[in-house]
Write a protein of this length. Sequence first.
Length: 83
Amino acid sequence: MSSNAFTQFDQEYTKREDYLANRKEDRRPSIDPCPFCGHDDIEVDEIEIGIIAICCPECMCIGPHQDGSQSVELAIEKWNRRK
């Protein structure tokens, strides 16, 4: 394979990776700040094997979690409705 063909392949692969990464991020709804302390860098963490929760690293609040009965998106929506 010529170096030009490899460069083209590498560029196409990189574009595809960027596309998939952006597409995945676009599907997840935005997460509102913590309703208790107002911290705005909220995390989606795995609190147990296979259980994902919405968490505030500032006040250590653990909000709605995803398990077999709901999606991560639903947990984020529930977090955003809390006041």
